[in-house]
Write a protein that binds this ligand. Structure first.
Ligand code: ZN
Length: 606
């Protein structure tokens, strides 16, 4: 993580108050809580070890309640140590506390791990009968979700051998990929000078205003990837084959099955999402045609996709950001605004820039008895205002879901970004309502469209590529690099149509995407999350205020059930392609607005 090097910024003095968790790193309560949790865990184990299979429904419910109560103080200390460290990574004391708490946490978890193992060993018939008992109603999802890998688990000795081989197998190949990419130096010629740059620096140049620099960055990136294609391509082939072997051993029905299981997502819903998106690739083509016009180019090259359009550079104080975000939230729901307001008023936010503070932004749910904390590095640009909206969306979601308790407050990946992206959209709409300058309005629209395209269509194209890659490897054996290039181009071309010229160089750009190496099929979760929000917003537009309590109920439910079922409970069927089309229609409306603004003669030339 990047760290801030300047002090203060437009949010100078905005620091969180962690005393709601503990008085400070020396608070004696920290050790008391850790020791208490470990003693309680050992006591729990003494009473339950070897007996989980014989517990009745009511006893099982009580056991889970007890487990949750034991985990709570440990989670509280863990949250405190993590936040203290994020706010100041340089004080050695903070790092040492974090390490200490992690070690003690492992001790406590190890004392309790028997519970899960014994629960997984309960045979299917008995588990089903228990889960159907009303005494277990509140814990049904938690206990059922724990068992979802059961069908795919191998025998204990097999699992042990696989776990041992993992570190010198796929994990080692993944790490080698990271090491090669970290060490790779890309040569980019800028203004006649040859610069040696890292991958990150090279990619950053693609967002620059100067076209020649973007072209040179793309050429440098391609040359660097091509020079290492033999070894990187070999790693890809090995990992894809390793996954095929693992899927076969565990009898997963298809290459995406393990990921769907982890996401608690049904195949039909993901397929409906992918199909709905592929059917609207025309939106991407239309947008890039518009962007070419706005940039004054006859057509876009692949390295022009991220070129800046300008017009949204204004600075905003932190007080303004607070006002924009809370009013946008209030327009939707006063209750949401009230919760967001507490983050500012009660010092649950750390927003100033400080040396040693972690970079980026996050919202941490901590424990249900306290409240979430939000970390920001606020510099005052429009992107940062959107980040405030994003993180407070998480914060509101976490606050509402805390009633579900420690074990079920957090959602799986696919719905984790619901409230954050929804919050950003509310702020975007308010800014659009208030902004009169057509140049700024157009910049806001294009920014939103490009964000949405990056999280929806690009991720769908990458998922299509992975489907083709894993399918081809299983059918054809080790794949020559040219074959993978072809699969990559086949997955990307339909999305860009004739709006972007994809060069032969672009054919190699699959080589640097870390998700393909580290977490196969991770990418669709981004598209799922973003499009879910757009579809929800569409429902709000159609239903008006009646939608608000249903949306809040969805947030309050946290991770207490699978996303499909939580959405079904408020009348939404995500296995229906029509649901996803609602979100895509909303994107089309934004695109139409942008096209109309761009056609206005009053708009200043780029
Ligand atoms: Zn987020």
């Amino acid at each position: 993580m990047a760290e801030a090097t300047t002090t203060g910024g437009p949010a100078a003095g905005v620091r969180w108050d962690l005393s709601h968790l503990y008085a400070g790193p020396d608070d004696p309560q920290i050790e008391k809580d850790l020791a208490g949790a470990l003693a309680a865990a050992n006591d729990f184990a003494a009473r339950h070890r070897g007996r989980v299979a014989s517990l009745g429904a009511a006893e099982l419910a009580r056991a889970v309640d007890e487990l949750e109560a034991i985990s709570e103080p440990a989670a509280r200390v863990g949250a405190f140590a993590g936040l203290l460290f994020a706010a100041d990574t340089q004080t050695p004391r903070n790092g040492a506390l974090l390490q200490h708490v992690q070690e003690r946490g492992t001790e406590i978890r190890n004392a309790l791990v028997f519970f899960e193992l014994e629960w997984l060993a309960v045979d299917a018939g008995r588990a089903e009968a228990l889960l159907g008992d009303s005494a277990l109603a509140r814990r049904r999802h938690f206990l059922a979700a724990m068992r979802r890998y059961r069908e795919y688990v191998l025998s204990e000795p097999e699992e042990r051998v696989l776990a041992e081989c993992h570190n010198t197998g796929s994990a080692a190949w993944s790490r080698l990929f990271d090491q090669i990419m970290t060490d790779l130096v890309f040569e980019v010629s800028i203004g006649g000078e040859l610069r040696k740059l890292s991958e990150e620096e090279t990619l950053a140049l693609l967002y620059g205003a100067d076209r020649e620099t973007r072209r040179a960055a793309a050429a440098g990136l391609s040359a660097g990837l091509r020079a290492n294609a033999r070894v990187l391509g070999f790693i890809f082939n090995i990992l894809v084959q390793d996954k095929a072997a693992d899927d076969r051993r565990r009898r997963y029905p298809h290459a995406m099955a393990a990921r769907h299981l982890a996401n608690e997502a049904k195949r039909e819903s993901v397929d409906a999402l992918l199909e709905a998106c592929v059917a609207r690739y025309d939106l991407v083509t239309r947008y890039y045609r518009l962007k070419a016009r706005l940039l004054g180019l006859p057509s876009l090259a692949d390295y022009d996709r991220y070129a800046p359009l300008g017009g949204a550079e204004g600075q905003r104080s932190f007080a303004e950001a607070r006002e924009i975000v809370t009013s946008a939230y209030r327009d939707f729901s006063p209750r949401m605004a009230e919760i967001a307001g507490r983050f500012f008023a009660e010092r649950w936010i750390d927003a100033e820039l400080r040396p040693g503070k972690r970079g980026g932004a996050f919202s941490a749910s901590t424990v249900p008895a306290v409240h979430p904390y939000v970390l920001l590095n606020y510099t005052g640009n429009l992107r940062d205002v959107m980040t405030v909206a994003h993180e407070l969306g998480h914060g509101v979601h976490q606050s509402l879901a805390s009633a579900q308790g420690l074990f079920e407050q957090d959602t799986p990946l696919t719905t984790a970004e619901t409230a954050s992206v929804f919050g950003e959209m509310l702020v975007f709409r308010r800014l659009m309502r208030e902004e009169k300058d057509p140049t700024v309005r157009l910049a806001l629209l294009c920014g939103k469209l490009e964000d949405a395209f990056a999280t929806v269509f690009r991720q769908v194209a990458m998922t299509r590529f992975e489907q083709a890659l894993h399918g081809a490897r299983r059918a054809e054996g080790e794949l020559p690099l040219e074959r993978v290039n072809e699969l990559w181009m086949d997955a990307n071309r339909p999305m860009f149509g004739d709006s972007v010229e994809l060069s032969d160089d672009y054919a190699w750009w699959w080589l640097y995407i870390p998700h393909f190496v580290h977490s196969p099929f991770y990418c669709y979760a981004y598209a799922f999350g973003e499009l879910l929000v757009l579809a929800l917003l569409r429902r709000y537009d159609e239903e008006g205020p009646a939608f608000v309590p249903r949306y809040l109920a969805l947030l309050e439910a946290g991770g207490s059930d699978a996303p499909e079922r939580l959405l079904a409970a408020i009348g939404l069927d995500i296995a229906d392609p029509g649901f996803w089309r609602g979100g895509l229609d909303l994107l089309e409306e934004l695109l139409e607005q942008a096209e109309a603004l761009a056609a206005q003669p009053s708009r200043a030339a780029p």
